[in-house]
Design a protein around this ligand. Structure first.
Ligand code: 5GP
Length: 237
């Protein structure tokens, strides 16, 4: 009996490896508008709260994004996924919330174009290939549930923080480690995104540690990372 179970487990693992399908988790990427918006890149007013960049399925084995749907080279689902050009009608009931929490910060792109890009790149091979409404709702719900730095000691200011202070503040608040992603403006490292990781589920709700600690322009616990205030607050200093 036990031998049968072992054989079944080995076969299941082998078939996963052969098919290239491994399990994934979800990464919610929240961006800090004052860091994303260089001079004149964004429309005004620039939001003063974290906004959504995306909800990304990431392979557990290597923390790389699940690649986008392709009918010949990456047919990741048995259902027919909703095409990016078709998402607006299903998103109508949540469009106001999306405009508020998931705006395209960069004014060269409309909100709808940004959502289509995220859907095409990350949504069509998620657990919601034909349910854009549910995929976007999952991201909205997580964002309203988890405001990673609210109520912590880490607040926007001119003086930088050590990168580890930001990570630890979030771990203390949420119980799990985030990924911190940074940008650089004239040699100053800035906090650009906070990424929270969730176990794969429909919808994702259970937080897990993010496998990657730092990405892009930060790489080390000791990096000096600025969490810049919104522009008008800068002028007040
Ligand atoms: P990904 O395509 O993997 O979701 O994210 C990377 C891309 O998202 C980059 O090309 C970056 O410029 C873009 N991006 C990040 N934030 C925004 C935004 O607020 N609006 C738009 N249009 N693109 C964004």
């Amino acid at each position: 009996m036990q031998r049968h179970l072992l054989v079944a487990a080995v076969l299941a693992t082998l078939s996963l490896l052969v098919s290239g399908q491994t399990d994934f988790f979800y990464k919610l990427s929240l961006q800090w508008p004052p860091s994303v918006c260089g001079p004149s890149q964004c429309g005004s007013p620039i939001p003063r709260t974290f906004t959504i960049h995306g909800l990304w399925p990431q392979f557990v084995t290597n923390d790389r994004p699940v690649p986008p749907y392709n009918p010949t080279t990456n047919k990741c689902t048995n259902v027919t996924p909703t095409a990016p050009g078709q998402i607006l009608v299903p998103l109508k009931p949540i469009q106001d919330q999306l405009n508020e929490l998931w705006p395209s910060l960069l004014k060269q792109t409309t909100n709808v174009a940004f959502w289509r890009h995220e859907w095409e790149k990350h949504g069509m091979c998620s657990d919601y290939p034909d349910k854009p409404h549910d995929y976007f709702t999952a991201a909205l719900d997580l964002t309203t549930t988890y405001n990673p730095l609210e109520g912590t000691e880490v607040k926007p200011r001119q003086d930088p923080y050590k990168a580890i202070e930001i990570r630890e503040a979030i771990k203390a608040k949420l119980g799990k480690y985030p990924e911190i992603s940074c940008g650089k403006v004239s040699n100053t490292i800035q906090l650009k995104e906070i990424r929270l990781c969730f176990e794969r589920a429909k919808p994702p709700v259970v937080l897990r540690d993010c496998p990657t600690k730092y990405s892009n322009q930060c790489s080390d616990d000791d990096n000096q990372v600025k969490f810049p205030p919104a522009t008008s607050e800068v002028l007040e200093f």
